[in-house]
Design a protein around this ligand. Structure first.
Ligand SMILES: *Cc1c(COP(=O)(O)O)cnc(C)c1O
Length: 482
């Protein structure tokens, strides 16, 4: 089912469409993207904050339904837009930051200091100072960082009395011993000693980890060990009332059958220049449990050696669960739009050149490929000046997507995507579901190309009066300021 057969030749082209999303489809059908592309004169991203709100609500509801005291922090590094922070401030969520700039953005767009968690390694003195002053929770990654934090927390404070430094101790995961993050058992023991010694200058609130990968099992196991660590830390007189399990809630971009078939079919012949990828090079674009469902699975799974599910353990021990999802909060919360600037014929496929670059599709920078298929929005018929060519219909038109730059390897899509219509100059290519990590992690004004603006579509389902049924849009406040 996921394999298209071309009109001639018998070649097959694996296809991987994104799961249907009504809000994105409404935007695609509204004509708004064509108008924005014309107005902005280049590539842009659109953001759908209603999807963010819905993802956040279901995670908060999952914690409530399990009777677990918990808190959701949005991992800010996954997308720079201000609108997510504004939504966190409005809907009782916090923000996970890892730099002074991110902390300023979080505070500046309305999140209270006490609702911020500061992660990331070796935090500088300015970041520590502002975090302590704002009452943010600081995930301490190393002993020297703890010393720097204690020095900050006990330094003379001027007119105002110091607030205690709120901290978590980040653990090196036993299942990922080569991680450069977190502290070993011996370091944690030393850290606890120093916290006890610091007295009222610190509030040691618990422990944290962040695991690579997306499996539930290892997270449940490590969470249970952190609950035990809390009980031991309490015996030393420390607060130890919460654990953070980091991010890594998976997103399911496509359905199980298409994903299975895609992995089984794809090979070097399906990519420009014979480039090839193994299954392990790709993000797992299908997940049987994802987002809030994965959080529910975590809460209901029984950690190794525990007599009850994680939720029960947390409740029994009075430990709150903190989560720091990035990608999962942004599921379906936006897309990226490019215009086709050139179409080049190659042997059996086409190379489309679009008006942006792979810097706006970050997966391409990790020796991988963003696989959910771009959708082709043909330019409006009144602008068409060429007539249909033979073979235009019905058919399959495999095409790779290159950038408007001078780098040989700058492709947004190496794969020859089997488009159902012949791509033409002036058409729009819309990459779906790109808000999580794809849009802006790597963007730079390379070639003096401007950074693609971000357009917020606040209410997709409720067009404003007199808008002809078209959703309303505005610029994201981060973009306006930049
Ligand atoms: C990156 C990161 C996250 C977010 O991870 P996602 O996979 O986007 O959920 C959360 N916590 C920490 C410490 C991180 O480094």
């Amino acid at each position: 089912m996921a394999v298209n057969r071309s009109a001639g030749g018998g070649a097959t082209w694996p296809s991987l469409p994104a799961l249907p999303d009504p809000a994105t489809e409404t935007v695609l059908a509204s004509g708004l993207l064509e108008e924005l592309s014309y107005a902005l004169g280049g590539p842009f991203h659109f953001l759908l904050p209603d999807a963010f709100d819905a993802n956040l609500r279901s995670m908060q509801a999952t914690l409530e339904d399990a009777g677990v005291d918990g808190f959701v922090y949005f991992a800010k590094k996954s997308n720079k837009a201000a609108v997510w922070v504004e939504r966190c401030a409005a809907h009782g969520a916090g923000v996970d930051v890892a730099s002074l700039g991110e902390l300023r953005e979080a505070l500046g767009h309305g999140v209270r200091g006490e609702d911020v968690v500061v992660t990331g390694p070796a935090k500088g003195p300015d970041l520590l100072e502002l975090a302590v002053r704002q009452g943010a929770l600081i995930a301490v990654d190393a002993l020297d960082e703890l010393d720097a934090l204690l020095a900050t927390a006990t330094a003379p404070a001027g007119a105002h009395p110091r607030r205690p430094a709120r901290l978590l101790l980040r653990c090196l995961p036993p299942t990922q011993p080569h991680s450069r993050f977190g502290m070993t058992d011996a370091e944690l023991t030393a850290a606890l000693d120093r916290c006890v010694g610091a007295g009222d200058a610190v509030r040691m609130e618990g422990f944290s980890f962040h695991l690579s990968g997306y499996e539930v099992g290892p997270r449940a196991d490590l969470a249970a060990r952190l609950v035990e660590r809390c009980l031991k830390a309490r015996a030393l007189g420390l607060e130890a009332s919460r654990i953070s399990v980091g991010g890594g809630l998976p997103v399911s971009y496509t359905d199980a059958e298409r994903w299975r078939a895609f992995l089984a079919e794809q090979h070097g012949g399906h990519y420009h220049a014979g480039k090839s990828f193994g299954s392990a090079d790709f993000y797992p674009y299908h997940s049987p449990v994802a987002g809030a469902g994965a959080l529910a699975a975590l809460l209901s799974s029984r950690p190794q050696g525990a007599g009850q599910p994680l939720a029960g353990l947390l409740k029994e021990c009075g430990v709150a669960l903190l989560v720091e999802p990035g990608r999962a909060l942004l599921d379906r919360a936006g897309g990226s739009v490019f215009r086709v600037q050139g179409v080049k014929e190659r042997d059996g496929y086409r190379i489309l050149t679009v008006d942006g670059s792979s810097l706006s599709l970050s997966e391409q920078w990790f020796n991988s490929e963003y696989l959910p298929e771009p959708c082709l929005l043909p330019r409006s018929s009144e602008e068409s000046d060429d007539s249909a060519e033979p073979g235009d219909s019905p058919g399959v038109f495999p095409a790779s997507v290159g950038a408007a730059t001078c780098l040989e390897s700058d492709l947004l899509t190496w794969r020859k995507v089997p488009f159902r219509q012949r791509p033409r100059v002036g058409d729009l290519l819309v990459y779906p579901n790109t808000a999580g990590y794809q849009m802006d992690s790597n963007e730079s004004p390379f070639h003096e190309l401007p950074l693609p603006p971000k357009v917020v579509i606040d209410r997709v389902d409720r067009p404003a009066e007199g808008q002809g049924g078209r959703p309303r849009w505005r610029f994201d406040r981060h973009f306006l300021r930049a």
